[in-house]
Design a protein around this ligand. Sequence first.
Ligand code: AMP
Length: 303
Amino acid sequence: MKKKTKVTVIGSVAFDSVETARGSRANVLGGSAVFAALSASFFAPVNLISVVGTDFPEKYFQMFKKRGVDTSGLTRKKGKTFRWKGKYDSDLTHRKTLSVDLNVFNGFRPEIPANVSSEDYLLLANIDPELQDWIFKRIKPAGLVACDTMDLWINTKRRALLKLLKKVDLLLLNDEEARQLSGEFNLLKAAQSIASRGVRTVVIKKGEHGALLFSKGLSFIVPPFLIHDVKDPTGAGDTFAGGMIGYLSGKRTITDRDLRSALVYGSILASYAVEKFSVDGLVDISRRDIDGRYKCLGRITRF
Ligand code: AMP
């Protein structure tokens, strides 16, 4: 029997302060690696590599443990945990970053814990691409490598990001970021241009309009799983990425069909994340709930 492939996730662990049309929360658990790791944990054992400050409560370590997320790679450093503050427009789609405090992330270069293997699938969740590359070089991954990024890094660390993309199998970004990175407005052309940088599969997320998957051309479109009440879109992209790589880690070889199913799982996981603030939508669900929505989406999109 095939040994279960683990997923190693690196990215930010944060305290987020968020304001949406449905309410606000201050200093709640967030960060790209947190959403991604929790999402992947429904499919595979997960190793989390990141850093927190002395203000990070023990209860979250317990929560990760409960969800099968190994925190040996989560360093506790003297100082404050990374903080991000954002405010969403009334459409809950566009947001403004009000502040970012790197705190313990300043100059952070983690040790790779012994339990992380080059055989694990690697998710470089959104963080400085120089740090993503640093981790990549130390782990020397032999399995699938996925990468998520954001407008900030496309603007400020474009060179480092483009260098990293040569080594990435699966890149996830939203439509605005795809246009920004490629300089192409048309998404087919944008995906083509990004793929020419060396990425095998490009996923373009379109928020409330679903996502597109390009693997040598457009091969799949997934609609969002519609829910009645979106409270907080923070972390939807990271959750999407975690769901995709988590699902793919269970596959011996990755077929086109697996990529399609992974895109649907990414969309389903994201639907849970946006239903509640912080990570609350991800902690009280089970694989059974997720599979229920997966089947439902299949039923309502068949034609
Ligand atoms: P998303 O909504 O998927 O783009 O992800 C939002 C998460 O990314 C929040 O929980 C933030 O803590 C985190 N985040 C915001 N800005 C940064 C940044 N510059 N580097 C790393 N993580 C960030």
